[in-house]
Design a protein around this ligand. Structure first.
Ligand code: PLP
Length: 416
């Protein structure tokens, strides 16, 4: 692939200049940030928007009749409109703000689960899931006596849809699965899985944490019932994310937490709930975080998801070509239909050692199980090294990673 394939609207030099942190040096080298799957970096306009919010607009939302509270509420609810439109929701009320994907899934498992899941019911998840789409269901199963079944993963790192069909014979209440794998980059066939699950009478929850940063999401097209995202993986601040669900579904669900903001009326005899989505947003929310999250989605939309996809496709193809030619490197996951994340083992260097030595050259990769212990068990490994590329990464950074690997081989294995 050549740089001709770059979508015309993505000017990498200008784009990188919008991310102040990318001009940092680490250990005397320019930062090569290849850990965006864990958390991306933020452009100036997101930082500026949050700064302006705190300097000029801060007050608590929803409760006040004074000017600042009105402005803060407008900024907060404006972000809800941006995220609703980004996900293709029918209306902003279908967006519940959470701390992130983890909290969104906990909300569903706790609220929807407490009402609709009981002893003997089945819940289907997959062996590919991040712990945040594992543990909330385990907690629900412990509380209710439900059983969890796990869709198998093929040696290529794809979901085994025949195994899904087999598990659907058990008529599960819900099928909860990731859109994109954080370790393997696999892009799962969401619409197809949803179609099969719904034919078996199950609801579907999609963990979109690794999809929303890269792909334009349309929940109507996907057909799912719940979709969860994290702002900090898509150029937004930490501590702000969202759950999307259809209004009827949210209305059937009991509150997740109690407190201010989520009530209609409180008496000593009992309380009634605010309308959705506020019923699920107890307490003072992360207002600045949500405002920054909205700005991040506007930023990505302005860059253009087509341009982002074209750029990442080029980087992915180039990284695949370079990494598959590194002797002693084992790459996990599919080669096609994947995002720009690469998990690998290299010679017999422990991933943590590899990460440490690359860091000496300013190259930030992640090492560990990536909150995917069951997937690691499935592949018979404890950990991988993971390099994840995002819209601001370049082909040169792929080269620097490969050069860094050669240096690590020299240091650890005396290979020259
Ligand atoms: N799901 C996937 C696939 C992830 O990669 C992550 C984070 O790495 C999460 C869920 C959890 O996201 P958060 O920590 O933002 O809640």
């Amino acid at each position: 692939m050549t740089t001709d394939m770059l979508a015309p609207s993505l000017d990498l030099t200008a784009l990188r200049a919008q991310f102040p942190i990318l001009s940092r040096e680490i250990n005397g080298h320019p930062l090569v940030f290849l850990d965006s799957a864990a958390s991306s970096q933020r452009p100036l306009r997101v930082l500026d928007r949050m700064d302006r919010y705190y300097r000029e607009q801060h007050a608590n939302v929803h409760r006040g009749a004074h000017q600042l509270s009105v402005e803060a509420t407008e900024a907060f609810e404006g972000a809800r409109r941006i995220i609703a439109s980004h996900l293709g929701a029918n209306e902003p009320a279908e967006i519940v703000f959470t701390r992130g994907t983890t909290e969104a899934i906990n909300l569903v498992a706790s609220s929807w689960g407490s009402k609709f899941v009981g002893a003997g019911d089945e819940i289907v998840i997959t062996k590919m899931e991040h712990h945040s789409n594992f543990v909330p269901w385990q907690l629900l199963a412990e509380r209710t006596g439900a059983t969890i079944r796990f869709v198998d993963v093929t040696p290529d790192g794809l979901l085994d849809l025949d195994d899904l069909d087999r598990l659907l014979l058990g008529r599960p209440k819900i099928v909860a699965f990731m859109h994109v794998s954080n370790s393997l980059g696999t892009i799962n066939p969401v619409a197809e899985i949803v179609r099969r699950a719904q034919a078996a009478g199950a609801l579907t929850l999609v963990d979109g944490a690794q999809a929303a940063p890269h792909l334009k999401i349309d929940v109507a097209e996907l057909g799912c019932d719940f979709y969860a995202i994290s702002g900090h993986k898509m150029c937004g601040p930490t501590g702000a994310g969202a759950l999307w669900a259809r209004r009827e579904l949210l209305e059937q669900m009991p509150p997740y937490q109690g407190g201010g903001e989520m009530i209609s009326e409180v008496t000593m005899a009992g309380s009634t709930w605010a309308a959705v989505p506020h019923k699920f947003e107890a307490g003072t929310p992360n207002i600045a975080g949500v405002v920054g999250f909205g700005e991040a989605v506007r930023f990505l939309t302005d860059v253009g998801f087509d341009a982002i996809a074209a750029h990442e496709a080029e980087i992915t193809a180039y990284a695949l070509e370079r990494l598959t030619n590194v002797d002693g490197l084992t790459l996990y996951g599919p080669r096609e239909n994947k995002t720009s994340v690469f998990s690998f083992s290299y010679l017999d260097i422990h991933p943590h050692d590899l990460s440490t030595i690359l860091d000496q050259r300013g190259i930030a990769i992640r090492a560990g199980n990536h909150c995917n212990q069951p997937l690691m068990d499935h592949f018979g490994i404890n950990a991988t090294a993971r390099a994840s590329f995002y819209l601001y990464n370049s082909r040169e950074e792929v080269d620097m990673l490969v050069d860094g690997l050669a240096m690590a081989a020299k240091v650890f294995c005396h290979i020259s």
